[in-house]
Each structure stands twice: as C-alpha cells, then as structure tokens.
Write a protein that binds this ligand. Structure first.
Ligand SMILES: Nc1ncnc2c1ncn2[C@@H]1O[C@H](COP(=O)(O)OP(=O)(O)OP(=O)(O)O)[C@@H](O)[C@H]1O
Length: 371
C-alpha cells in the first residue's frame, strides 16, 4: 500500500521524523511538536497511530489524516497504517484567570447588537453541534430580557438543588442553566446592570457544571448595561456575534464589537443568520433581508463564520424543543450551523495556542512514542 522512492530504514524514530513534517493546517505547526501524536506503534510492517486533536469538533480532521498518509507514503515497507483520533480540549491559557468556573475549559459568549436576529437559536445550534461532535457542553441562558432556551432545548426537568449546589438541567446532551428557572412571574423585565452581574456571579458560583469543554453563554441583545456587565461577569475565551443581513442589524455590529474590544474579549467572528431563503418548490434562492454579512465582517476585520438560511424547520425546531441538528442532522441548514460550530472550536484552539505564554515560541520536548 505504501512505498516510495525516499527509502529509509523503517523504525519509530524515522516515522516520527516524517510526521514532524505534517502540519496542523489550523494551528500552523507540526503535529509532533504540538504533541498530537499520542500513540505510535510499529509492529513489523503495520503502523498504528493515535492522533489527539485539540477539539473533537475539528473541521480539518480528514485533511490531517490524508496529510499523514501522504507523508508516510514516502517510507518504504509500510503495508498498513491505522489511524485513530481522540481529542483533548486544553483549558483557556489566556486572559484573566478566575476560579469562578473551575471545570470549564472555555466559555464562549453569543451576542448580537440587535434583538430578534436568532442569537438564542444560534446558541442552541452551537451547543448541540459541539455536543454531537463529542464535546462536553453546557449552555448558560443569560438573556435576562427573554430567556427562552429551556423551550428551544426542550428541557422537561428544571435544575436540581443539592444543598447549596445547583445541578444543571440537561437536554440533547447539553447541560443548561437559564435565568428563566430563577425568575418569578413578577420579576421586572428591565434588570439593572450591577444587579444582573451580581445575580449571574452568584448563580455561577453555585452551579455544578462538572467538567465541560465548552460553555456557551447566550447574552441579552444589544450593548447596554446588562450585556456589558454580563460579559464582564463571566471569564470568556471569546465571543461570537450574530447578525442578519439587514442594513440596520449590520450597522449595529460595530457597536457590539466595540464592547468586546473594550473588555479585551477576542471576537471569534460573525454569523449571518436568516441569510437567504431557498424556495422548496423551485429551489431558487432569495435574499429576503438583503446581503452583506461577509462584507461587514471584512470591513470590521472580523472572521466571517458562515451563513445560516431562513428555514421553517429551524423555527419549528426552536418552538418544539427539538433542534434541527437533532431532527435533521444531514439537512443543509444543520450542516451550515455545524460548520460554524466547528470553526468556532478551531478558532478557540488557535487562540489558546497563540496566546499561551508557556508554549508560544518554544519548541516541544519530543514525545516518547509507543506509549
Ligand atoms: N435561520 C432561521 N430560520 C427560521 N427561523 C429562525 C432562524 N433563526 C431564528 N429563527 C426564529 O426567529 C425567532 C427569533 O429567534 P431567537 O429567539 O433565536 O432570536 P434572538 O436574537 O435570541 O432574540 P432576542 O432578541 O429575543 O433574544 C425565533 O422564533 C426563531 O425560531
């Protein structure tokens, strides 16, 4: 199966050497120095590799596999190569450190400059897509003006209380804490900033999330007092901004960005929701709300994470508590959301690597193969 012209003696050392020429395309470093080669076992002419990715939601897994196979094809004498993948999400190594969420590796805010653009729908979509990839995921519904994620996620049993600890509700494999669970019917709709921050911090201190790879935080819309305080109250690895293609929503995006910049929270990118509608009869695309998310992202020097179409199944999924990623995971709409979620996970991995003072610029100690 393998065999090439650069014939060398076959042993684990030269296999590792060959692998050190394979780059993780997202991280821009070779897989050996990134310690991604977890296991390397050579038995005669058969090689077994276990590669550890920085996220189970790795968008370039198949490319990494084909690059490895391509590199190994230069070695003579290998008959069979079996490659398994696992993943290990390393906790945030940058930004202010806090003990507020000890078991949570990364907290990602989902924000919008304007209401009604589908921010909560995207929060649920990101959470479910990451969970389906194999990650341990929680969702904090901090949209105190209209916390509706318990409905969107179809939560049937509210969080349990064990002494002082709160055990999150769970649905579709995602752990959920929503301010909706703690609001009385007469809770004022308008919360003041400092009050909100205090409530969220108290809430967070009591929640037993267990070990999570990603905690998605659905912020209230806009850049007012409440969003600002909330964004400050939670240690964030990054923020995602949701917009529609409508001019007014796009014009507001700049303000949303300014808020995160002021807080030194990295902006992972822009999602354009309700981008277009595909007619189910004629298959024709109509840009109902116009178009412009990608250009806005470019103008604001943000990454464009992708477009999500306007589709009745997405709305129905939210209303019924059965997200489209669960009911129709292979649909183009679910695929669009999944691609965005994978990009977000990859961006977190890159940020973690680039901002990690302990490893930036240093070469790694070569790992010992055959573990
Ligand atoms: N791509 C989409 N296709 C169809 N319906 C959608 C889509 N995205 C969101 N919706 C629907 O639009 C409505 C508003 O969405 P959502 O509640 O997620 O917005 P939001 O930005 O969180 O709103 P709020 O400002 O109230 O927090 C919901 O009924 C949701 O199901």
């Amino acid at each position: 199966m393998f065999g090439g012209n650069n014939s060398t003696h076959l042993d684990e050392k030269n296999i590792l050497e060959v692998l050190s020429n394979v780059q993780d395309p997202e991280l821009g470093r070779d897989i050996v120095s990134l310690k991604m080669v977890d296991t390397l076992k050579l038995e005669g002419d058969r090689l077994y590799l276990k590669i550890t990715l920085t996220t189970p939601a790795c968008p370039l897994k198949s490319r990494i596999e084909s690059d490895i196979r391509q590199a190994l094809s230069r070695l003579d004498g290998l008959k069979e190569v079996k490659i398994d993948f696992n993943s290990r999400v390393t906790p945030r190594r940058f930004g202010p450190m806090t003990q507020l969420l000890p078991g949570v590796a990364h907290t990602i805010a989902v924000a919008s400059a304007k209401g009604g653009v589908g921010k909560s729908t995207m929060s649920v979509g990101l959470a479910v897509a990451l969970q389906q990839s194999g990650a341990r995921v929680g969702l904090l519904d901090a949209d105190i003006h209209g916390p509706n994620i318990p409905i969107m996620l179809g939560v049937e049993v509210p969080p349990a209380q064990e002494g002082e600890r709160l055990i999150p509700a769970e649905s579709h494999g995602v752990k959920l804490i929503s301010t909706a669970f703690f609001m009385q019917a007469d809770t004022p709709a308008i919360w003041r900033g400092p009050m909100v921050g205090k409530m969220i911090q108290e809430l967070l201190m009591r929640v037993d999330w267990g070990e999570l790879d990603y905690l998605i935080v659905d912020l209230p819309p806009g850049t007012g007092d409440a969003s600002l305080t909330l964004a400050q109250s939670v240690p964030l690895s990054g923020a995602v901004i949701v917009t529609t293609p409508q001019d007014v929503a796009l014009a507001d995006v700049g303000r949303g960005i300014a808020m995160f910049k002021k807080l030194n929270v990295p902006i992972l990118g822009l999602i354009e929701n309700m981008s277009y509608f595909i007619c189910p009869h004629c298959n024709e695309r109509t840009d109902i709300f116009g178009h412009g998310g990608e250009e806005t992202a470019k103008r604001l020097k943000l990454d464009f994470l992708g477009e999500v179409p306007l589709h009745p199944a997405i709305r129905m999924g939210g209303d019924s508590g059965q997200p489209i990623l669960v009911t129709a995971p292979d649909s183009p709409q679910a695929e669009a959301i999944r691609n965005i979620a994978y990009k977000v996970a990859a961006k977190i991995s890159v940020l973690n690597l680039k901002n990690s003072s302990s490893i930036a610029g240093k070469s790694f100690i070569p790992l010992t193969p055959n573990r």
